[in-house]
Design a protein around this ligand. Structure first.
Ligand code: GAR
Length: 200
């Protein structure tokens, strides 16, 4: 059976990477093969999760490098590992137009809101949940979408809604959105995207 060689790009705790690893181990990603975890930070806990799962891990440091040098480093890893699909799982850097144009419908991102609400530049991590609470929305959620040259603007693959509860803080809301939406729809979307690649 053929599988799509996939890289997961991370920057932090890596709970979405863990959800992908767990889904793989549970047999839910038959057409996805994780061949690289690439972190933009050398101290990301996600690197330990990747190592523990036996996936080759790499660091392409964002800090102290130009966008060009940073992307060149990532591209050289992707090429060496013959990567066909890229999953941004808590990856906190925006990729340039030049970069994303090399992988049309081959890069997925998970975003912690129901796009197009609370998306674009400046909306990442806890900031997204702070903004949702400040606006007083009663329902939020997560989105998995293809990445194009517009930040958080690519075609939506899957979304899942999550209720905001009275007394929520950005931290409690982030946790619920991860548990009830992100960790579920990210693996599902990865398998869907891999199937599309294999059908071409
Ligand atoms: C997740 O909530 C993810 O959706 C978000 O950062 C968190 C990373 O957690 N990503 C973005 O905001 C990207 N714009 P993780 O490292 O535990 O997966």
């Amino acid at each position: 059976m053929s599988r799509v060689r996939t890289a997961v790009l991370v920057s932090g705790g890596g709970t979405n990477l863990q959800a992908l690893i767990d889904a793989k181990n549970a047999g839910k990603l038959p057409h996805v093969e994780f061949c690289a975890v690439i972190s933009s930070r050398s101290d990301a806990y996600a690197l330990e999760r990747g190592e523990k799962a036996g996936i080759p891990v790499f660091v392409a440091e964002r800090k102290g490098n130009t966008q060009e040098a940073f992307e060149k480093e990532i591209l050289s890893i992707l090429e060496k590992e013959k990567i066909q699909m890229i999953v941004l799982a808590g990856f906190m850097s925006i990729l340039s137009e030049d970069f994303v144009k090399r992988y049309p419908r081959r890069i997925l991102n998970v975003h912690p809101a129901l796009l197009p609400a609370f998306g674009g530049k400046g909306y990442y991590g806890l900031h997204v949940h702070e903004a949702a609470l400040a606006r007083g929305v009663k329902v939020t959620g997560a989105t998995v979408h293809y990445v194009n040259e517009i930040a958080d603007g690519g075609e939506i693959i899957l979304q899942k809604a999550v209720n905001v509860e009275p007394g929520d803080t950005p931290v409690t809301l982030q946790r619920r959105v991860m548990e009830q939406a992100e960790w579920i729809i990210l693996p599902q979307a990865a398998e869907m995207a891999a199937n599309e690649i294999l059908s071409q």
